[in-house]
Design a protein around this ligand. Structure first.
Ligand code: PLP
Length: 375
């Protein structure tokens, strides 16, 4: 048996002719970067999410940098960020010279805990970055309430959550700005790196637009108002994403269908295996994450059975060597540390055959059945 975690050739092979055509068109019409298809993609993302402005960028990490800088992150500024997440959020803060203030995870969902957020706000705090992971959204209403009370801007890291919504509001649209990554594995996976920022704030959009292209205003070439970056999107990617956005509903539906099968098999099955819960009405399943008491043994057993899994993420961020100088110690972020030691992502992607889901379920159930023998 071989059940891969992702299957990129299954994802992109059906688009072979389109991809060839897009590359050929870009190369033969001098339309390489930040041209018509990028503009059309920005418009299409506005239409899909209801945002007033969309700004394409080179990747999600860079989109975070553009937003953070435009929001005023820099030396002397504290930015509240999840202790359990992918590193790009916290590293963007640090690389701008601002100070990441880690907020613990809600042990039930793994997302930013609003009560801990409230405790950790400092007088220097200007921005909070709630992040949505796997298929779970942070509790945006509670986080926004803290942000309002403490005068914080909300940058929603919705890099992996395009298509999810909470209380009728799309992921990415709950705060002052959001972003979506188009890394190939993402819900709207492109053929390379890319991202789009969304916001209703015209000034924020203008600032990001300028920073993404070396501080130019898009009118006068080589007039640099600010020091910026090269964070531009190319036309081939934008053309591909425009096409794929047209079938995002179908792709998300298939993800939900597969997740429902896992859910049916695992919810309430065994207290040693918990499905990650979320109360919001419209989940977007980027991956299907379970929490397992003996995660590493389960992972090894699945691997033996030919099922590839992932650990998102093996350590709480403040305990990563890259943040060692901030002085966190084991036990400082119990929610994040618990999640990091127990979470296991099972394969889930729209192109996944039904039979592969059945095989994963069988392997997990068989592990749980024999587990007492390992004790
Ligand atoms: C939550 C989160 N934020 C940001 C990013 C960064 O996106 P990119 O890979 O496009 O830089 C990722 C990437 O996986 C992510 O998971």
């Amino acid at each position: 048996m071989n059940v891969p975690f992702f299957n990129y050739s299954a994802r992109f092979a059906p688009d072979k002719d389109l991809i060839k055509e897009l590359v050929y068109r870009s190369g033969t019409t001098d339309q390489f970067i930040l041209k018509e298809d990028v503009r059309r993609l920005e418009e299409a993302i506005c239409a899909y999410t209801g945002a007033a402005h969309a700004v394409a960028a080179a990747n999600g990490t860079s989109a975070l940098v553009l937003l953070l800088r435009t929001m005023g992150a820099g030396p002397g500024v504290d930015v509240l960020t999840p202790a359990f997440s992918f590193i790009s959020t916290a590293s963007a803060i640090r690389l701008l010279g601002a100070n990441p203030v880690f907020v613990d995870a809600d042990p039930r969902t793994g997302m930013m805990d609003p009560a801990d957020l409230e405790r950790r706000v400092t007088p220097q705090s200007r921005i909070v970055i709630p992040t949505h992971l796997f298929s779970v959204m942070a509790d945006m209403e509670a986080i926004r309430a803290v942000a309002r009370e403490r005068g914080l801007l909300v940058l929603e890291d919705s890099a992996v959550a395009l298509g999810a919504s909470q209380r009728g509001i799309p992921a990415g649209r709950h705060g002052d700005a959001g972003l979506y990554s188009f890394f190939p594995a993402k819900p709207l996976g492109g053929i390379g790196d890319g991202a789009v920022i969304v916001t209703d704030d015209e000034e924020l959009a203008r600032g990001c637009r300028m920073l993404r292209n070396h501080g130019q205003d898009g009118v006068t070439r080589f007039l640099h108002h600010r020091l910026g970056y090269n964070s531009r999107m190319d036309e081939v990617l934008a053309g591909y994403l425009l096409h794929k956005l047209g079938r995002i509903g179908q792709l998300l539906e298939r993800r939900r269908e597969l997740a429902a099968r896992y859910h049916e098999a695992f919810a309430g099955l065994d207290p040693r295996l918990l499905v990650t819960v979320d109360d919001h009405e419209s989940r977007m399943y980027y991956t299907y994450v379970v929490q397992a008491e003996r995660r590493d043994e389960l992972r090894a057993e699945l691997e033996q059975a030919g099922v590839e899994t992932q650990v998102y993420y093996p350590a709480a961020l403040p305990l990563q060597p890259a943040f060692a100088d901030l002085g966190a110690r084991p036990g400082d972020y119990p929610g994040a540390e618990r999640f990091a030691s127990r979470s296991l992502a099972l394969p889930l992607y729209p192109e996944m055959p039904d039979g592969d889901v059945d095989a994963v379920i069988r392997s997990v159930v068989s592990f749980l059945a024999q587990e007492p023998q390992h004790a």
